[in-house]
Ligand binder design. Sequence first.
Ligand code: ATP
Length: 365
Amino acid sequence: MSKTIEIAVFSGDGIGPEITEPTVKILRKLSERASSYILGFTDVPAGADHYARTGESLPHASLEIARRSDAILLSAMGLPNVRYADGTEISPQIELRKALTLFAGVRPVTVRAGQNTPLKMPEGKEIDFVLVRESTEGLFHTQGCGEVTENEARETLLITRAISEKLFKFTFDLAHQRKLAGRGPGRVTCVDKANVFRAFAFFREIFDAEAKKHPTLTADHAYVDATALWMVQKPWDFDVLVTENMFGDILSDLGAGLMGGLGLAPSADIGLDHAVFQPCHGSAPDIAGQGVANPFAMILSAAMMLDWLGFENESPEMRADGQRLREAVEQVVAQGATITRDLGGTASTQAAAEAVEVLMSLEEA
Ligand code: ATP
């Protein structure tokens, strides 16, 4: 019997609706062809444009739909010229992370043979690692309420045992899953600055305690500055990295750079009961409405969603569909014939997404 999975869809601002439409179309087609699951979609209003029209950026009803759904698919929200009264940008995605306690920001970094990357890749090497960014505390703890006087400004970094324990358990489980799937050796690296800050020594201690529970996996440590260097010098050596919120924010953009740009960088924000899947990029208002946005980061985020839902619902078919979808995007990128302007091609958003459909034999009969 098919299981129905409910997905809340935030199509958001700027290029958001343009990349959401082809992504949901692919998911619908996969669902129509699946024998063990059915995907249901609910469009949920939120974002800067919604705020400009209604005065609300994340309506209570939208949050409740998100809370009730099995997964949340989100494109990008925020527009530079629409701001709250205090001047800060509209970012309901950050509110969602806090409201749903999505502590694990999962940022995969992959560069396959043939893919354009600013790095000089040694023959036969590919990049395939995951950065897990704690997403609810760290240096973002005082976001929006740091103290500023005429001569001083202060923000507070918070690391809690409760969140760190959940984060590290999640990370080791992820490394275990990757090892089972043949995607990594089962190594977790804790990225910190424990040589300078006591808070990071605390972070590392909790990491080491969790590591002891996973004797089949390898655990090691690296300082964040050295990690930035190695991400450029030998990124193919990493498997799973876990770090604090601000360090993760910075390193994940470096990871997107390795992949050839934001248009290929997917992400997930995962908690114990909820998960949001969204591209790493923003709403790109400079290219909105032109039909040239790269849909791949969004489609890859949808592939991560299928993989996660398949794991949560014990559906091998959904996991396999997620993997096929990811591999189809990787193949289209490596072939290079149907890629968008940001990757050096001339394809439209629609043509790029259709190339993925063709590879997966999902096009209309
Ligand atoms: P945010 O702060 O919300 O993350 P941002 O201001 O850092 O957003 P983006 O909206 O991600 O930036 O855009 C940065 C640049 O990358 C812009 O020039 C934009 O056009 C480009 N860009 C972002 N996403 C895409 C995409 N999917 N396809 C093509 N170009 C993109």
